[in-house]
Design a protein around this ligand. Structure first.
Ligand SMILES: Nc1ncnc2c1ncn2[C@@H]1O[C@H](COP(=O)(O)OP(=O)(O)O)[C@@H](O)[C@H]1O
Ligand SMILES: [Mg+2]
Length: 266
């Protein structure tokens, strides 16, 4: 329930459409686990340090070929900040389920999770939804009105940043949509944070597919993100590199011992 604001706002909040199988601890991910204790310590430390820092890098891109442990790390981070009560939300894309391979309800799903985790954010989000046109607005508008502005309006309430996690962007079926989304995350966050503090961090994971390399190398995106490539982790864990044939495009090596080659897509 929304505290002190009456049932009207609850009705607005309930108008969100959300994907109920995408969060890190959803029943659809029953068998998914985080990293085994003691593994991936370097990468986890780097991600925690990025979240704690305030250097203008709103995004962190964790990339590596299949089986390098991206989802395990994303799960571990989600669990950690979930317990700390600073997880905004998580969306684990999956090509195996229609609702998890499309972006239509991505930001409504995160807004729904954020509101349920943080009562004050719920009030802000529900207030924004008095304008019901938002539910039919484009993703850029939904991001701004349902996620960024509510957090900026309450920035003084969050001494530690809110963390939002999108795992496996490469499993999203609409490549153009996912490229747009990465750009919106950076560009809209910059616009909001020029006016007010925006204590928010987006952790994104994906295979190094060419359309994702392309957008993460966009100059504005590149300036405002951190990055970790996971070949080292794979070595540390003794997990064999996987080349399942899905890594096509410029720069990808046909050598199964090399997950991807360094490339810059023009
Ligand atoms: N740090 C880790 N601790 C335990 N198991 C791991 C770890 N990293 C990867 N695995 C296991 O290896 C497999 C592939 O890991 P996953 O996180 O799904 O990789 P990716 O998302 O990069 O494809 C899974 O079965 C996962 O449980
Ligand atoms: Mg994965």
């Amino acid at each position: 329930m929304i505290a002190t604001t009456g049932t009207g706002l609850q009705v607005h909040f309930d108008s969100l459409t959300w994907v109920d199988s995408a969060h890190y601890n959803s029943s659809a991910r029953e068998s998914a686990n985080g990293c085994l204790d003691g593994t991936c310590a370097d990468v986890l430390d780097r991600i925690h340090a990025w979240i704690a820092s305030n250097d203008g890098r709103v995004l962190f891109w964790l990339t590596g070929v299949a089986g390098t442990g991206k989802s395990s790390i994303a799960h571990t981070i989600a669990e950690f900040y979930g317990h700390k009560k600073t997880l905004g939300g998580s969306f684990f894309f999956s090509r195996d389920q229609q609702a998890r391979r499309e972006t239509k309800y991505l930001f409504q799903t995160i807004a729904f999770q954020m509101g349920n985790a943080h009562p004050l954010l719920k009030t802000e989000i529900a207030g924004a939804l008095k304008n019901q046109m938002l539910l039919k607005s484009n993703l850029r508008t939904q991001l701004r009105e349902l996620i960024l502005n509510p957090i900026a309006n309450l920035s003084h309430q969050f001494p530690s940043p809110i963390v939002v996690i999108f795992d496996a962007l490469d499993e999203c079926e609409d490549r153009n949509a996912v490229v747009d989304i990465v750009q919106f995350l950076v560009k809209e966050s910059l616009l909001v944070s020029r006016v007010r503090p925006l204590p928010l961090r987006f952790l994104l994971t994906s295979r190094p597919e060419w359309h994702l390399q392309y957008v993460f190398q966009d100059p504005v995106v590149e300036e405002h993100r951190g990055e970790q490539r996971l070949s080292e982790v794979r070595r540390n864990l003794g997990i064999l590199p996987v080349n399942d044939g899905s890594h096509t495009g410029p720069g990808f090596s046909s050598d199964p011992n090399v997950g991807f080659a360094e490339v810059r897509v023009p």
